[in-house]
Design a protein around this ligand. Sequence first.
Ligand code: ADP
Ligand code: MG
Length: 235
Amino acid sequence: MALLEVSGVTVRFGGHRALDGVALTADAGRVTGLIGPNGAGKSTLFDVVSGLRRPNTGRVVLRGRDVTRFGPARRARYGLARTFQRLELFGRLSVRDNLLVAAELGAERRHAARTATEIVDRLGLGEVADQPADALPTGVARLVEVGRALAVSPALLLLDEPAAGLDAEETDRFAVLLRALAADGTAVVLVEHDMALVMHVCDDIHVLDLGKVIAVGPPDVVRRDEAVLAAYLGD
Ligand code: ADP
Ligand code: MG
């Protein structure tokens, strides 16, 4: 059984279908890519999975449980965590305190301080741990955002363009981190524009275009798919 099973999801904004009959699965121990041109519906799909937007039709099943009618907090208790395309850090709090606040929300809140320290180490944030979040370069702030999601030890981690603003070395380290999370058993869903990173790090890729899934498969199949090439070339 997949950890996450989305089926038949349609979301309408007025007359416009941002998502149209979308299916998506994500498994524990795998990195699942979700790619597609701007406006394809990727962030809207994350909103549906995390409970921020109720779909017009369709279901979201998490660990075998239909959570379509659950709110975001209840889904979080089922092990779901996400990051946002627009950063949602507490600007005046230090990096460590941002992680601490997030860890306090997790099941292991008694060990929040230890969790925050582990994440500082794991993400290589030691040098900036005491700096306020709003003083960080974008790339580092994105890592802190990922760290906040990790602080609740999620079973399902949704990442919305986490590598935007990372330099080449940071991106390489981030790829290693994603593989390590999958190796620990996390189901990772990655929305990302950096195709080199996506092709390198994902086990499977779902391609969205204009609200529809146009291709699903491993990276070497998806990158040669005619419909995918056409969507990206815009014809
Ligand atoms: P992506 O993340 O793939 O770039 P989005 O999910 O942000 O795409 O957007 C998908 C489509 O839905 C776009 O056409 C966008 O303009 C539209 N959309 C997204 N959010 C809203 C909203 N709150 N109200 C109206 N239209 C929206
Ligand atoms: Mg988006």
